[in-house]
Design a binder for this molecule. Sequence first.
Ligand SMILES: [Zn+2]
Length: 258
Amino acid sequence: MAIRRDEAIILRTRDYSESDRLITFFSRNQGQLTGIAKGARRSKKRFVHTLEPCSHVSVTYVDRQTSGLVRLDASELKNAFIALRSDIARLGYASLSCEIVLGMSPERQANAALFALLYQYLEQLERGAEPENTSLLFQTRILHLSGYGPNLQGCVLCGRKPRAGGNWFFSILQGGLVCKDHKHGQQPYPVSLGTVMLLRQAQQLPLAKLWRLRFQRQSRQECRFLLIDLVRHYLEKDLKSLKLLHQIGALNSTNDRI
Ligand SMILES: [Zn+2]
């Protein structure tokens, strides 16, 4: 039995019994873990405001084994990202990222790069960064970090390299670019050369510089559903947060004024 202290971001909170809650968090040193917070439903004092999804916390937990639940003994708030929570669109995109990390990060596998990505993403939203652009950058990067980054070098079926003015497409099933001769039967998403270059940069730039990239109107239209459909394809399930984003009109093309 080991008592551990770690930095974490809360991904999901669920009621477990009359008095307990189940908390899934992404920790810096142990990756995704789920802990039982005894008495969290009855005594609000012990975990006051520290078990909200998206909160950055310092957790103390008891780990009895190498798999299964841990016992969450304490959670201390480091950053509640208050400003982010006051805006429904930013909160919706923050929830979407937590849901994606929940689905894409295996339990008990530390991933410092993924922790940094999620933390900086929430920090960007907190500072008022435009949420859809920030989310598209996050989605590109998490796909890459998880080993599902799309192949953007050339047509995955014939190797032809993308050139300006050509007709290029993205195939979810093939996990990368396809040329006009190989798009058939692939449910292709049209992509411009500018979008291909932008996605390549978003995969490779140092994290601190990632947030400077901008999906302009055309790239945004091309990637709005492409990236999230790619995530859903790998997760093999739908994402609840998308429903909220649809409801508030965040995914409409009226956001393409940039
Ligand atoms: Zn081809």
